[in-house]
Each structure stands twice: as C-alpha cells, then as structure tokens.
Design a protein around this ligand. Sequence first.
Ligand code: MV4
Length: 454
Amino acid sequence: MKLFKKILVANRGEIAVRIIRACKELGIKSVAIYSDIDKDSMHTKLADESVCIGPASSAQSYNNIPGILTAAEITDSEAIHPGYGFLSENPHFAEACLTSGIAFIGPSAESIRLGGDKAKARQIMKRRGVPVVPGSDGPVLNEEVAMKIAKKIGFPVIIKASAGGGGRGMRIAKEEAELDKMFFMAQREALAAFSIGDLYVEKYIPEMRHIEVQIIADTKGDIIHLGERDCSIQRRHQKLIEESPSPFVTEKFRKKIGEYAVKAARALKYRNAGTVEFIVDNESNIYFMEINTRLQVEHPVTEFVSGIDIVKEQIRIAAGMQIELKQSKVRLSGHSIECRINAEDPERFIPSPGKITFLSLPGGPGVRVDTAAYNGCVIPSHYDSLIAKLIVHGRDRSEAIARMRRALDEFIVEGIKTTIPFQKKVINDPDFIKGDYNTGFVEKMNAPKQAPVT
Ligand code: MV4
C-alpha cells in the first residue's frame, strides 16, 4: 500500500495545523482551505498550498461541501482529513468524498450515521452485550411510552435527543409530574437544533464520571484501544481539562472498559480512529454512552501516554495500511493532562474574540502546545473559541500536575480574555489534586463553601 501524495485539510485553527504537521512528517503534501478572514492564519501559512473557499460564515466556507470537493479536485488531492467539528461527522460529506474519488480520512459514512443516531447506537450496543444505562430500546415515540419506561426503571430519568451532542435537547425529569413537560421541552429543543425530534430515555445517574476510550481500527478488522481519558472536568457540556490515565482507573478496570470499547467498535464495523464514551457511576459500573466517529480535541493526552501519533495512524489506515501494533504491545506510560485554552471570560465563559497583542507560549520538559495562534493574530468571533491546547506529560500524576501549574504560569496572552485563570484554580484545587472529582466538580467548585452543620 502506498500513502497519499497530497491531502486536503478541511478545517482551520489548531487542528488543521496538527494535521499539516503529520502530513509533513509522512512526506505528504498538504492543502489548506481558508475563509476570507483566515487568509493570514497559521494553517494557511503552513500548508504547501492554500485555497480560499468563501466568506467567513462556516456555512459558506468550512461547511461548504461542493466548494471543498472542488478545491480537492483542482489541487489533485487524493484524500481529505476533516479534523473535528465542521463536516467531520457528516455522513453525506464522507459519502460525497468517495463518490468524487477522494479518500475520506475517517470511518465509513454508515458508521458516522450510526454514531450520530444515539438511540440506534444504544440499541445496537445493548444487543451486542455492551452494557448501557437502563432505559429505552431505540427511540421513544411519545410521552406515554416515555412514562411507561420511566416508571419501570424509576425516577429520576434523563431524556436525550437522539441527534444530540453538547447537551442540547437533554432534560432531567426528577419525578412523574415533570415527565410530560420535560419530554416536550427536550423535543422542541432537539427539533430546533437538529431538525430531528427523536428522543430516548435513560435512568439518570447523578455523580457520574465521563470516561472515554481511544480506539483505532484498520480495514482488515483489527481493533486496538489506547486506554482511557477522564473528561469529567466540564462546564455546561464543554470539556475544560482532560487526563490520561484516569485517577480512578485500575489496571483491571482499564482492561474491562477497553474490551467494551473494542466490542462497541466491532459492532459498528468501525475503521479509523474513534472514541467510545462511557458513564461510570459511583459503584464503578460502566455504561456505554455514545461513540464519537472523529479525531477528538483531547487526542494528544493519549498520544503522550501511548507514544502513538493518532493522526499519522488515521492517514495510514485510510491509505489501506494495517495497524502494526498488537493490543498486548500497547504500553501506556506516565501521566498526561490537557487544558483547553479558550478565548473566553474565565468567570462567565462568554466568548472574548479579538486581537492577541502579546503571546508567549510555555515550553520546557514534557510540555506540548497545539495552537494556531501567534503574536498579533486575530481570534474571529465566527468559530469555536478554542485557541490553544496545553498538554503536559510527567512520570506520574503529581509530576504532571506540577508541570501543568508551571506551564499555565508561563502562558501569557494579552489583548483577549482566556480560561487560563479558571484552569489555574482547578489545578490547585485539593479535590482535583486528590483525583476526587466527577462531572459535578465545576459547579461545586463555584458554589460558596457550605459551613459544616454542627
Ligand atoms: C447522563 C447523565 C446522567 N445520567 N446520562 C450526556 C452528555 C454530556 N455532556 C452530559 N451527559 C450526561 N448524561 C445519564 N444516564 C449526566 C450527564 C451530565 C449532565 C446532565 C445534565 C446537566 C448537566 C450535566 C453535566 C454533566 C453530565
């Protein structure tokens, strides 16, 4: 099998830069696409060629399927890497690439479609013996069916949009009296956000941990996992800090959750890189939540502990090459933590776009910064507010924490607000340091400390 000669990167920002770097190291030419306002951006400068794809609005640029396919054709690109966000989980785009004779660096259109239909994915997993949270089997047609299921599994329940993501179209019903109202609210929000009103019901697990497993699968059908990432530090469904390994996970638990992840991938005939997300409750029960059929923002923490370049693997697999590594040869070593640095007010988390008037990035041992930002660049308001990922690696968790604290102190951004002050607070929090946290952590951290009852 031969690698591609030229790849078009259908994305912008740090992830486009990340993919261009992998291309360079593999000896593959890269093509950037950019919108009007991204003319001077880093990904446009670093690629071997660049094509202006349209105006700032993502609908007319980074989400413009015919425009991107035309750019691939005129530049003779053999493959397209979609990155994350934008068209990365659009089955029509994956299909359109293949129809145009261009390799899509990712899973099949059918796997993407199943991953995006969360009620269906849940049903498939349940039938294949991957544990799911007690709840509905497939989509729930109306509030009466939802009530029947809720009474059977017991309240509280959570109603989720089948096309959901980012917490949209999700409602908790604490008791019978709330169910109808919450069902309609979730349905209305799902229809508005995704134009698909399908819902499903699950038992609500309070105090959950969000643990996900990185998998890679080749065309031959070999699938391996690269351990877990703990993504429980989130605010309003936006992840802020991720780490690998999870401070809660034992060797035995890792083997079990890893096997579930591989089984989930096998059930979808999955290929390329993917992530299987799980809910883990207080008693360490594992439940499948969803499968993300793309490269994820937080993939570098897994790269640090596994030594595997996930983007290069994606490219090799799309070119038809097999995974050389066997599961028994996967060695996870040390500890990695990532902070997502967003151009946002650190207290209210509202976007803070504008010009970066001064930027100085951290460095030194065990520090990686993935960013497209530079001194004097402008962060536009049109796209995601992620401006950099700060990833550290240490021999153990305590060295990784010390390194992250040091690197956050070195990170200087002037001209816009960033989430750095918030992440400094988390990294110094006694419960975080103990590894004692779940998805309720950020809310508890912001709540005024309760005086103990005497
Ligand atoms: C849940 C859950 C509890 N039980 N599912 C799904 C998407 C992710 N962003 C949050 N999700 C959750 N799914 C079951 N069965 C709790 C969450 C959850 C959450 C839900 C509502 C409001 C805030 C939340 C914060 C973290 C996790």
